[in-house]
Design a protein around this ligand. Structure first.
Ligand SMILES: *[C@@H]1O[C@H](CO)[C@@H](O)[C@H](O)[C@H]1NC(C)=O
Ligand SMILES: *[C@@H]1O[C@H](CO)[C@@H](O)[C@H](O)[C@H]1NC(C)=O
Length: 343
């Protein structure tokens, strides 16, 4: 039978691939040590065929990778459809565009108004007029502190915020997600757009998340969609004296011989959201110390969350409507074990 021949040939080829062999051996070693010892108990000829099934499974993983590549393509396609709406959102937030009365109509507002009695309505009107006067005095532009409020409303993000970050984040005007081009290694970029400010000269801060979209040769069965493997930040051009990721400390130093004491100043890293733009690097061998691993695990989770949740539905995080049910979703649906995050 032709098919069987082809299959056998393929199996032989695969069994000659040292990486696949090593992966299989590792798996089998694991099973040998398992309490049931079930695999051990199987006749040799059956075990041999189970290996064939596993080889089929490896092939499935590679087809799954193709599936996710197409998903990525679809995401790119739809990102282009969302973008004009996100741009308009940005224009309203930054006061580049004043929405019309029609655009500002929202059903829930009407319903609320209907439930107010006539008398209340009068009071309400007076109050509104007063508020209007207040507003005219302050004359807020666009939606002040839109993104910094979003940050404050989301635990995952507010945990990173320090008090000294807040005045800087008030200048954040948009966050955009850009996907890698077709044929390029899979990645996405978060762009943080800032209005001109006194803290740094950059107008855009970027964070790139590289994904692994293919099963790992040494562990093909763990593949469950693209995973974030590493990320890179950008250099922030801080204005003099505004680098909040640094602090200077004074240290007393005693001269050993003479016993005199002098004070030296040292700069050391300071907690700040802006450390987000200088994440630890993943070394070539993939091995990280515990601290860096913890930082990166949190970082990947945040990057993923901003891409999947914050950017698509920012207004609901601003109002608080999106907050309740989200934290669970992320850990259950999207969080993989280890460093990576599947999408
Ligand atoms: C360093 O962090 C502390 C505490 O978060 C903050 O009060 C201080 O302003 C920071 N230093 C600088 C130079 O930003
Ligand atoms: C700001 O501080 C970081 C350390 O947190 C340092 O790597 C960077 O060079 C500093 N940038 C400027 C412009 O001082």
């Amino acid at each position: 039978c032709q098919n069987e021949d082809n299959f056998n040939k393929l199996t032989v080829q695969m069994m000659q691939n040292p990486q696949i062999l090593a992966a299989l051996q590792e798996r089998l070693d694991g099973l040998n040590g398992s309490p049931s010892g079930y695999m051990e108990s199987l006749p040799k000829v059956v075990k041999r065929r189970v290996n064939a099934l596993k080889n089929l499974q490896v092939k499935c993983a590679h087809i799954e990778a193709k599936f996710y590549e197409e998903v990525h393509e679809l995401e790119r396609k739809y990102a282009a459809l969302y973008q004009p709406l996100f741009d308009k959102r940005s224009e309203i937030v930054s006061a580049a565009y004043e929405p019309t009365d029609e655009e500002c109509e929202w059903k829930a507002d009407e319903e609320e108004e209907l439930t107010v009695s006539k008398q209340d309505e009068m009071k309400e009107k007076a109050k509104l007029e007063e508020e209007k006067k207040d507003e005219e005095k302050e004359d807020p532009k666009g939606i002040p502190e839109f993104w910094s409020t979003v940050f404050k409303n989301v635990d995952l993000l507010s945990d990173m915020l320090q008090e000294h970050d807040e005045p800087i984040l008030k200048h954040l005007q948009d966050i955009k997600v850009k996907f890698s081009d077709p044929g390029q290694p899979m990645s996405f970029t978060l762009e943080f757009h800032f209005e001109p400010n006194e803290f740094f000269t950059n107008t855009v801060l970027t964070k790139v998340y590289k994904m692994r979209s293919e099963p790992d040769e040494s562990d093909p069965f763990s593949f469950d969609g693209p995973e974030i493997m590493s990320c890179t930040g950008c250099t922030i051009d801080w204005t003099k004296g505004k680098n909040v990721t640094l602090k200077t400390i004074k240290k007393k130093q005693k001269h050993k011989g003479r016993g005199t004491v002098r004070t030296v100043t040292k700069t050391v890293p300071n907690d700040s959201f802006f450390n987000f733009f200088s994440p630890p690097e993943v070394p070539e061998n993939g091995e990280l110390d515990e601290d860096s691993e913890a930082v990166l695990t949190a970082d990947f989770e945040i990057g993923h969350f901003i891409r999947e949740r914050i950017v698509p539905r920012a207004v609901l995080y601003f109002t608080g409507e999106a907050i309740e049910d989200d934290d669970d979703d992320v850990s259950e649906e999207h969080l993989n074990s280890g460093l990576g995050l599947s999408r």
